[in-house]
Design a protein around this ligand. Sequence first.
Ligand SMILES: Nc1nc2c(c(=O)[nH]1)N[C@H]1C(S)=C(S)[C@@H](COP(=O)(O)OP(=O)(O)OC[C@H]3O[C@@H](n4cnc5c(N)ncnc54)[C@H](O)[C@@H]3O)O[C@H]1N2
Ligand code: MOO
Length: 605
Amino acid sequence: MISVSSALSIVLKTVPPPILSTESVPISASTLLNRVLSEDVVCKEGYPRYKVSIVDGYAFSTDVHGDPENFKVGDEWIVMGRIRAGQCVGSVVEKGRGCYYVTTGGRVPEGCDYVVPVEIFKGTGEVGTSVCVDGEEGYYFKLPKNKNVRLPGCDVEKGGRVGWKGQKVEGNNLGLLAMSGRREVECFKMVTIGVMSTGNEIRDVGEGGEEDEGGDWIYDANRPMMIGCLMELGALVMDLGIAKDDVKDLEGRLLKAFSGGCAAVVTTGGASMGDRDYMERVITNLGGSVLFGRLMMKPGKPTTFAKIEAGEHRGKCVFALPGNPCSAWVTGKLLLSPAVRAMQGLVERDGGGGDGGVECMLDGDVRLDADRPEYHRVRVNWEGSMGCYVGRSTGVQRSSRLLSTVGAEGENGNGLLLLPRGKDTEDGWARKGEVFQCILTGRVGGGRRQEGGSGMEREGVRGGLGEGKEEAVRILGGCKGDRRAVKDAIWKVWGEGGVSGVVLTVCDLGDVEGGLGAAGVRDWCGEIRGEGGRNTEAYLGGVVRKWLGGADGGCVDVAVGEEEGRVEVRLDFGGGGGEGEGMEGMWREIKRIIKRAGRERRNLG
Ligand SMILES: Nc1nc2c(c(=O)[nH]1)N[C@H]1C(S)=C(S)[C@@H](COP(=O)(O)OP(=O)(O)OC[C@H]3O[C@@H](n4cnc5c(N)ncnc54)[C@H](O)[C@@H]3O)O[C@H]1N2
Ligand code: MOO
């Protein structure tokens, strides 16, 4: 079994490159949405092309009328013309007291350089009548030069880029491309992917009637799902239907796909160990070599990926995904989606071949699979009060339970939380408050913002907790020294009250000269609890929940304790200069402590 990241790099190295011949595509939503640009697109003339008013008002010229700040109540001008948006005028303001009525988006006449909003004038605004500045006697107003005017090219300069090679066209990009002044743009040819379900028990939605009730069949969930996911990605799909568990039927459909121009085929089912799981055999019969057939993941273990090595279909690929719907969906997101994007010529501008990953805090305890890391479906929200993402499980994660892609309230799951194998953890559980890597599969909600600054400024400390955390966190500064000094520092903080946790960084695992290593902290934990070093190890078993990485060289160890539901804690301020990996671990722990403390306060309240 190989890891998902190894599998992804094999896939990305193997799938056919984007179809290099390109085509011109008209700039319209029906033709261009979701296509991938094969050229940089620049703005021909600048946008806007001419000087445009930002308000409904009267256009004036500094040369003729003087600076706008000199306007005063009672000043009066003749209206020389009325210019509405879209109406072409090029008139020059004549010498005299004339001005032009102009609507928002209308061209500001040659020679005019500022527009004063209609609200401050009295008068009908008809051509030949006069308008005068309204208001109390003696009033002057200030309007900077060029005010309320958009100059040509101010939104996009002439020659400025509005489309990037490798960019997928979404709604906003359509708008930008329309600003280019072009009618068509060059795109990579669309990639076609074949989609096939397999299995004698699988029936097309809508097929059959009441007389079939009671038979051993299930509706095909995977094919519509995979087709939908591929369409979301902007790929062309060839629907290959449902194949029987029959070698000839399977081969026939795959060949049809390849001959029909599919760059790759996605199948579901028949990938495991059953006597009718034929996918591997069929692929081999067609001259394919299986590049992997088992993944170290849950769900999705039997995921198989192959490439046709010879013959007319050389280079085409098969993603033989497991039949269980969640297994197909998860492996589709992790492996197929990045592959399709690469085949389309899309350039991943967020720094990775896969979907973006974030650190995310787990919002409940989860029992882990002993042997395989799990891609746990979660609903991710930004927790403003915590300054971190929090992932709530979507419930039972059985590979067949496609409802695990949706939360209890119908909100689509938007993250795959990467949980470790149970055997790599102390007790086989992932605990509430622990932070894991999370692959985002959808839009993230939440985002309640809090007032206030970070309060985390401390020299040498990288990052911080985000806004509004000063209430929760106090940085105590360094306190290098012996056990006594550290202890005093901590007691001092404790004595001030309102502290739920203290983070102590330790520069070394052993006692270090003059300072306090992790071993010292352990003893000291016992001491401050009045247990005087007796039975320290046992005490720590209950108290210290986690020691994070760390060691020498200025790295940081963090220990977080917990007793009677209360975060207790300890920390020394020896090493840990504030840089390096250990520090990041520390920040994670701090966030976790605050979260816990907040929860406890709520519980108490
Ligand atoms: N002896 C072993 N058995 C199994 C293993 C194993 O390692 N050793 N792996 C298990 C795992 S993990 C998975 S995942 C499944 C995958 O099996 P297949 O890819 O061969 O898929 P099927 O057996 O054809 O189907 C599995 C399951 O999903 C249902 N299914 C299939 N297609 C669809 C569809 N289009 N729509 C809805 N549901 C579908 C099918 O009826 C089965 O219930 O193998 C385990 N076995
Ligand atoms: O790997 Mo299977 O996909 O657990 O059910």
